[in-house]
Design a protein around this ligand. Structure first.
Ligand code: NAD
Length: 294
């Protein structure tokens, strides 16, 4: 069993970007600028945003944050996004999801300029991704593809089972793995909450991507020998032994599943770190595209 180490791979991605940005500064150019919109005080969202900002700063990106109260109006969010769309000094926008119930998430995403949509959630970018046209790929699936590429894992002809069909993880992941690309060409089965015989399906998988948000859901009896297991899940579970009062758990029962696998991602230290690295790569791409247009 080998660990697919998100620390090593994300650091390699960030080192490459750090060097590229240092070069921009040597040429007296401005660094790429990512701006984030955060609504409310959801603990997990706060943590994700803090981590994204920290990684931006470490790599030399400029970052900024627009914070709003939980009861912010849709109009105010829309006005803010319109302003950011028009700001030539900003290359990438990310709206931290989920938004409060009274806000129509899709309406907000639709308003983001697709050229600045570094999360790849805008319908234009989602459509391009499906068609295999170069675009911003949602950061988590993109990060996983970077991980597969770093370890040169053979995917062609393999049976990949993706558990979860969300627009931000499961669905794009299933599309990327099925595409005719270097780390695609899998035969993909997408499973979800209505899937029957999930265990039997998983037992046929060469590659399993678990993205459902249920801690320790994928158990050893669901995994065949030498499978590759990618754990996307991040759930906070109460843990009195931790200073924070909670521990982060993946969707995989790591302790018992890992010995059966050929490769596996840990949580933490796996896909989460790759997600941020992929977001930075998308932002750098947005900067290049933006600079070419101005
Ligand atoms: P989601 O709630 O939008 O989707 C969950 C999916 O799992 C749904 O499609 C649902 O049909 C499926 N599902 C639920 N119960 C199931 C069951 N019993 N059997 C089979 N399928 C089932 O979640 P999401 O946004 O896709 O996130 C999934 C998990 O990944 C969460 O834990 C989230 O925190 C985590 N996540 C991690 C990262 C990262 O960077 N590592 C990024 C995004 C999300």
């Amino acid at each position: 069993m080998q660990i697919l180490d998100g620390k090593i791979v994300s650091q390699a991605v960030k080192n490459d970007l750090t060097e590229k940005i240092a070069q921009l500064l040597r040429e007296n150019k401005r660094p790429p600028h990512l701006t984030a919109i955060l609504v409310g005080t959801n603990g997990a969202s706060e943590t994700y945003i803090a981590s994204k900002i920290k990684n931006c700063e470490e790599t030399g990106f400029k970052s900024s944050l627009h914070r709003f109260e939980e009861n912010v109006t849709e109009e105010l969010l829309m006005t803010t996004i319109k302003k950011i769309n028009e700001d030539d000094e900003i290359d990438g926008i990310l709206v931290q999801l989920p938004l409060p119930k009274h806000i129509d998430e899709q309406k907000i995403i639709n308003l983001i300029n697709p050229a600045k949509d570094v999360d790849g959630f805008h319908p234009v970018n989602a459509g391009k991704m499906v068609l295999g046209i170069p675009t911003y790929i949602p950061a988590t699936p993109y990060g996983i593809m970077l991980m597969l590429a770093h370890y040169k894992l053979e995917t062609s002809g393999k049976h990949a089972v993706v558990i979860g069909r969300s627009n931000i993880v499961g669905r794009p992941m299933s599309i990327l793995l099925s595409q005719d690309t270097a780390y695609g060409n899998c035969t993909v089965t997408v499973c979800h909450s209505r899937t029957k015989n999930l265990k039997e399906i998983c037992l046929q998988a060469d590659i399993i991507v678990a993205a459902l948000g249920k801690p320790c859901f994928l158990t050893a009896d669901m995994v065949k020998e030498n499978a590759v297991v990618i754990d996307v899940g991040i759930t906070r579970v109460p843990d009195a032994s931790k200073k924070s009062g909670f521990a982060i758990k993946g969707d995989v029962d790591f302790e018992n599943v890992a010995p059966k696998t050929s490769y596996i991602t840990p949580v933490p230290g796996g896909v989460g770190l790759m997600t941020i690295a992929a977001l930075l790569k998308n932002t750098y791409q947005a900067y290049l595209q933006h600079s070419n247009n101005h």
